[in-house]
Every structure is written in C-alpha cells, then in structure tokens.
Design a protein around this ligand. Structure first.
Ligand code: SF4
Length: 365
C-alpha cells in the first residue's frame, strides 16, 4: 500500500520520519502548489474554504502518482471540517480516483480508534518500529518548530538580508531529498548551527507581531503567501500561535494522554464568548489576541480563509479587544484569488501604523 497525505506547513517533516521509520511507502505532494490545484478548485463546492481545495489537490496529486491510501485528520466538530473528509472522498469517487480514504476524527480520537482505522497500513509491520516511528515523529515536530522560531528571531535581525531565507530554503530542499530520522535530525542540527552563525544586529529592537487565526492558513506558508518571511524581511519579529507542535499537543497528545492541562488561549477567549467551542480555532483566536496584548506585542494579524465561519464569529470581538487592551488587529482574508501585491501593501501599511504608534508612545516618555 502507498499512502499519501496533505501538507500543512512543516508537518511533512515528522510525517516523513514516521513513515520512513515504520517502512510505509508514500507519495508526498510537492510543497508548492501542484498541477492538481486547478482541478481541485474546479471540482470543489463554491462555498468550500481554501484549505478544502488545497487538501483535495494534494489527494489528487497523490493518487495520480500511485498512492492508494489517503490519511487525513478531520472531525465531527461544529464546523465544516466535520464533513470535509466525507465530501472529499465523494468528490474523488465521482472523479474515478480509487483509494482507501481514512479520515481520523480529531475531535474524538482514541488509541483504539487510530489503530483500527490505520490497520491495513501497518499490517505486518513490527510494533517496535511503529512505536519508534511515533516517538521520533513527535520529537521531530518540536525540533522543527524550534528551528522555525529561531529562523523568525534571526530573520528580522540579520545584517546581510536574505541569509535566513537561503538557509531555510536549503533546509527544505535537503529534507525532501533525505529519508530517515537520523539524517533528518542531522539536517535540523546543521541548520540550527548555520542560523546561529548568522551575523545579527544585537541593538535592533524589532516591532513584534503575533499571528492568530485559522490553523491551516497560519501554518502553511504556501497558502498564507509566506507571511512570516515577508514580515520578517521587513524587520518584524513574528510570533506564530498556530504551530504544528501546538496542534499536535492539542489534538493528539492531550486527547490520547489526557493530562488535564488547560488550554490558555481557549480559557482567555471565554472572556468574550461564553462557550467551549465556536468551531475551528475561533475561540483560540479571541484568546490569542488577548494574550498577545498581555505579552506586549505591538500588533496582531488575524488570518483566515474566505468563508471560514469560526473566524468570522471570532472577528466580532475584535473592536472591543482593540479598545480594552489597546492593541491594533488587522484581519486578512485569503482565497485562491488573493493577489500578492495588494496583500503586501496591506502588510506594509500595518507595519507603518505600528511604527508610528510606537514613535508616538516613545515621544510621551
Ligand atoms: S475552520 Fe474555517 S478554514 Fe478551517 S475547515 Fe473550518 S471553515 Fe474551513
């Protein structure tokens, strides 16, 4: 059996580690959009959000390149991801793409259920390799996120512009060409060393922006038009609240091993919505805006795909949060028609506004 999976930011790195360790063959869609994207857009319902279309295009690419097993994490929650898996399976079926479609219900995940659903994929594989694969993959998730945090810190302070981008682009090229936990770990370590060697302006005090919003769009540079890199190169220190390690902790580790830890952003969000869930990451978005203000970020960028219901609901609270916590929030809505030039103009205008606000603050001190 050959499995394929959709991209979401850097998640492909731990997935590669997992599948390589267990010895499962796979087809990995390209990191940048592939030529199945047009077909996915054409066959998706017009109300579907961008993640739906992007994920469907990865499935189509995978099947066209030999995969016969699709692994996907969906859910039965209050928002549309709850039925996206079924809808995507139906579209693929209608287009005569044949593959076993396994959609893990992230809102109700148990070890027994995971093993039952992925049974055919790991049949005949050593249990030792399966456990090692999961362990190595989880370690890799956290390592890659720490590497990204270091890249964000370095990019805005580098003296010679473009160095961080070159190092990170080489990192992705190397990882795609390499197999196995040890080799990928070595690449991560080498990249960390290179980033540490980059000459930085230690006296530079960058503006700090916190990224909040819908998980897929915030985590996937190919979909968010590389927002972290763009702002980093404008001299902004970015902080992404929607990292893959947070997602894994929330949806997998806490579900499989309930340790009773409260989600800080979810708790903070309840100040404005007296509920446990408004679907997706809506409540986290509200909470992350409040926490970002408390952590003295200069501004917040809220990112979501056109028609994303949970984020539209969350946005209702922003004017009050901006006033109460004195933090500027800019919302950017993305779909397949988003033009890069207007997107960059809005980012530049927001950065100018934050810089002006900081100058005004300093003049009063
Ligand atoms: S949270 Fe928004 S973007 Fe994500 S699947 Fe649901 S509707 Fe689509």
């Amino acid at each position: 059996m050959k499995v394929t999976f959709p991209h979401m930011g850097n998640m492909y790195v731990p997935i590669k580690v997992l599948l390589d360790t267990i010895g499962i063959e796979y087809v990995m869609p390209p990191l940048k959009s592939n030529n199945s994207y047009e077909s996915a857009i054409k066959h998706s319902p017009e109300f579907a959000c961008l993640p739906f279309k992007s994920i469907l295009s990865d499935f189509i690419y995978g099947i066209e390149n030999g995969a016969d097993f699709i692994l996907f994490g969906g859910g039965r929650g209050q928002w549309r991801l709850g039925y996206y898996g079924d809808l995507q399976a139906e579209i693929l079926n209608r287009l005569n793409y044949r593959a076993e479609f396994v959609c893990l219900d992230l809102s109700n995940l148990t070890v027994v259920e995971v093993l039952r659903r992925i049974g055919p994929l790991v049949e005949g594989k050593s249990i030792f390799k399966i456990i090692s694969g999961i362990y190595y993959a989880v370690r890799t998730v956290y390592r890659v996120d720490r590497l990204n945090a270091l890249a964000r810190y370095t990019r805005c302070r580098e003296v010679q512009k473009g160095q961080t981008d070159r190092i990170m682009s080489e990192f992705h090229k190397q990882v795609q060409k390499t197999n196995g936990y040890r080799c990928i770990t070595n690449i991560i370590h080498d990249t960390v060393k290179l980033l540490r060697k980059v000459l930085k302006d230690r006296n530079y005090k960058p503006l700090r922006i916190s990224l909040v919003g819908e998980m897929y769009v915030c985590a996937h540079p190919n979909i968010n038009l590389d927002i972290e890199r763009k702002l980093g190169n404008m001299g902004i220190e970015m902080h992404n609240n929607l990292t893959i390690s947070n997602w894994i902790t929330e949806y997998f580790i806490k579900k499989l091993i309930p340790v009773g830890l409260k989600d800080k952003s979810l708790e903070a969000g309840k100040e404005y919505m007296k509920t446990d869930d408004i679907g997706g990451h809506g409540l986290h978005t509200i909470g992350n805006c409040i926490l970002s203000a408390k952590k003295k970020f200069d501004g917040v960028i809220h990112l979501y795909p056109f028609t994303c219901m949970p984020e539209i609901v969350a946005q209702c609270a922003f004017s009050e949060i901006e006033m109460k916590y004195n933090i500027p929030i800019m919302t950017l809505i993305i779909d397949e028609m988003t033009g890069e030039a207007s997107y960059v103009t809005r980012l530049e205008a927001f950065v100018d506004l934050l810089a002006m606000k900081t100058r005004q603050k300093m003049s009063f001190i």
